[in-house]
Design a protein around this ligand. Structure first.
Ligand SMILES: Nc1ncnc2c1ncn2[C@@H]1O[C@H](COP(=O)(O)OP(=O)(O)OP(=O)(O)O)[C@@H](O)[C@H]1O
Length: 471
């Protein structure tokens, strides 16, 4: 039987201990609360240990930061979340420098606190916390992939995690770039230090510099307090820069310098900050093309792109769809508290045929909708309409964009060349491709091929006859 992850809370405020313990207990964690640092050290000395510890800063006796120091000396890999109403520099920067995984400012929202605990826990313990004892072990965020390209990728992650080289991850949106970056971190000697992610495209250009490098109080209008940037937060760990192609030019120059020198000033600051950060960048854009257009610095590309990992789009690894869908359906059912559903063979076949412009994220969303909306235990092909709400996507067997485009190009060319029999030609080719593919899949069995295509056996026989005659 899998055990829930152990979370320890240290706070001298009894009401904080109470509400946190209740929320975390409800989320499936086993929680022990302590009123001061001394109690925690005693418990550790007696051989007990948590999977994660949440500590207040100001407490009678040892402060949370002193406790953090002592804990890190004994258990360097233990994730610690420091919480405080004092979001001043001494507390936040001290917490991160001391090796805290996260900082939680009080007062906090309980959902936020639970989410932070989930994020900070090592994957294995999340798995233990999130799963009811009867479920098969299934890591919440593990990368799934049987396709050859994915297996090759996993091997590369294993090798690359050990060396501190910069990695550039490329792939369409939703292919799992962030998951790969997290895996690189988790498997690396930096695993006990923070993984910090920043989506360059999601932050307004004027705030990006201070988000990355921090700022001093009064550095600009509105900068009331000192702010510790992502580079500093990630010290000793990994900084994941998503959508790096969207970084403004001036900041590219600054980033390049910081990567070369490993040190920087906060915005408006005079203190030179040195950090040890492994940068993993990701992009869905062709950076070489951006370099040619003068929108991305070639020297920055070379610095980030020491090793490149390419994530194939889902439509090029359709063999992974059944396993991914099963995982997402099971996960969604657990989270929604509904019975787990499975996909019928025709439904799965249709999912395999879909073009997946949104890749794994799109599949994940579809599975969540099916888990919530499909009426029975088995999801039939007709139920898929529930998960593809807009008109274009409703029919998941709709022609994939790549060949309709090719067809349109072909038609344009032929029409320009004066052809007048396009429809007959295209239809014959369409019939032939569909029939051959379906027959190949069914080992030549016409009845099965007809069922797969949604045609009668007689129609298939007739079409085969006419297509053979014409060839
Ligand atoms: N191979 C995989 N196995 C399991 N889950 C995956 C896999 N790839 C992606 N996912 C899931 O799909 C979703 C999208 O993945 P992720 O955010 O890593 O993609 P991304 O390429 O970084 O997207 P974007 O380019 O939009 O930032 C996440 O919920 C992730 O957990």
């Amino acid at each position: 039987m899998a055990e829930a992850a152990q979370v320890w809370i240290v706070d001298d405020d009894r009401s904080v201990r109470f509400v946190l313990a209740a929320a975390l207990g409800e989320a499936g964690f086993r929680v022990t609360a302590f009123a001061d640092a001394g109690e925690v050290l005693d418990a550790l000395a007696s051989g007990r240990a948590p999977d994660l510890l949440l500590t207040d800063v100001r407490m009678p006796g040892d402060s949370g930061l002193v406790l953090l120091d002592k804990l890190k000396a004994q258990r360097p890999r233990l994730p610690v979340i420091v919480m405080s109403a004092h979001t001043d520099v001494a507390s936040t920067a001290g917490a991160f420098r001391g090796g805290a995984q996260e900082f939680l400012s009080k007062p906090f929202d309980m959902d936020e606190a639970v989410a932070l605990v989930r994020r900070a826990l090592p994957e294995q313990s999340i798995e233990r916390a999130a799963l009811p004892a009867v479920s098969p072990p299934e890591p919440a965020q593990a990368l799934i992939g049987q396709a050859p390209a994915m297996r090759e990728l996993f091997r590369a992650i294993g090798r690359l995690a050990q060396v501190p080289l910069s990695v550039l991850i490329t792939g369409e949106t939703g292919t799992g770039k962030e998951l790969v970056a997290r895996a690189l971190h988790r498997e690396s000697p930096r695993a006990s230090r923070p993984f910090v992610a920043l989506n360059t495209a999601a932050i307004p250009a004027e705030l990006l510099e201070s988000e990355l490098f921090g700022h001093e109080a009064g550095a600009f209008t509105g900068a009331h307090k000192r702010h510790i940037g992502r580079f500093e937060q990630a010290d000793g760990g990994t900084l994941f820069l998503d959508e790096i192609g969207d970084m403004p030019a001036a900041l590219q120059t600054r980033l390049l310098r910081v990567l070369a020198e490993g040190e920087f000033f906060r915005v408006g600051g005079r203190e030179l900050i040195r950090v040890d950060v492994r940068v993993v960048a990701a992009t869905h854009q062709p950076l070489e093309a951006l370099v040619e257009q003068g929108r991305f610095r070639a020297d920055l590309l070379h610095r980030l792109d020491v090793v490149r990992l390419r994530l194939p789009p889902l439509r090029q690894r359709r063999e992974d769809i059944p396993q991914l869908a099963a995982r997402f359906l099971a996960h969604a059912a657990r989270k929604l508290g509904v019975p787990a559903k499975t996909l019928s063979a025709p439904a799965l076949e249709r999912l395999r045929a879909h073009a997946w412009p949104g890749n794994v994220r799109e599949l994940e969303n579809v599975c969540w909708r099916l888990a919530a909306l499909a009426p029975g235990d088995t999801i039939g092909a007709a139920d898929l309409a529930l998960a593809f709400p807009d008109a274009v996507a409703t029919d998941v067997t709709a022609t994939p964009a790549d060949w309709t485009q090719a067809l349109a190009d072909w038609a344009r060319e032929r029409l320009a060349a004066g052809a007048t029999d396009l429809h007959a030609q295209a239809r014959e080719q369409l019939d032939r491709s569909l029939l051959e593919t379906a027959l190949e899949r069914c080992g030549g069995h016409r009845g099965d091929a007809a069922a797969l295509l949604g045609l009668s056996r007689n129609t298939v026989t007739r079409k085969l006859g006419s297509s053979r005659k014409r060839r």
